[in-house]
Design a protein. Sequence first.
Length: 273
Amino acid sequence: MVKKVDEHSRNDAFCEKTSTSIWQETPSTTNPYTVSEARCHGYEHLALINNRSYTEVLFLMFQGELPTPEQHQLFEHLLTSLIHPGPRHNACRAAMNAAVSKTHVSHILPLSLNVLSGEQGGSHEVFQAMKYLQNNQQVTPRMGAQALTQAAKILVAQTDEGDIIPAPGFGTFYGSIDSYTQKIADNVFNHCSPGPHLRWAHAMLDGIDEVTLSWRIAGLAGACLLDLGFTPYTGELIFQIACAPGIAAQAAEKSNSPITEMPFLAEENYVIK
């Protein structure tokens, strides 16, 4: 029996032109498909090129206004902190493997950023960490620490494999504290002006003394991005942009290398079920 489908018009009225408040282009008088002037949120593009940094203009595009000196400093520190996920990160390994496999260069960064999009160590963990921090701003850091500790103990009792991540952005890293992310966090606190989300997360982690939990890079990135006024949606995008240079550089380094330059799983490690 064929199921009858209820078909009807939605009566949606589609717009006739694409609109954006981010970028304005004034057509040339001689050719309407070329540009005589471009503006980003009202700021003339050439003036931005000559007077502002890449970090400031990136902030402007997403936020609609140039950053304050304090915001600029924090954003600059964050972007530089995230510039390379590390050669052990799956996204970097994907880029290197693709490069030695002679994948077309135009495809390497897209496929690697797709690997970077995961929920553990990827951009979606940043999205989830930002949601977690937003949802817990009315909770005291001490209560947050207690809840995180209790959740971690439950996870430890349930499994003896993998990392313990009781909340997105916070937990273990390869089974222990992520010491390098802690150094980055300390550096941010020493050189920038932390906002409410950074201070809350820092105080929460200070309240944990029974379980080996710490910042994960997604938690630190998420806290910084919230303090800079980014939403979880835009924060996830910024994280991908920030990590792209290191991933691309790893691919470029391997571009002229033979396929044997990267490890290949031994036959005994393949399991057919």
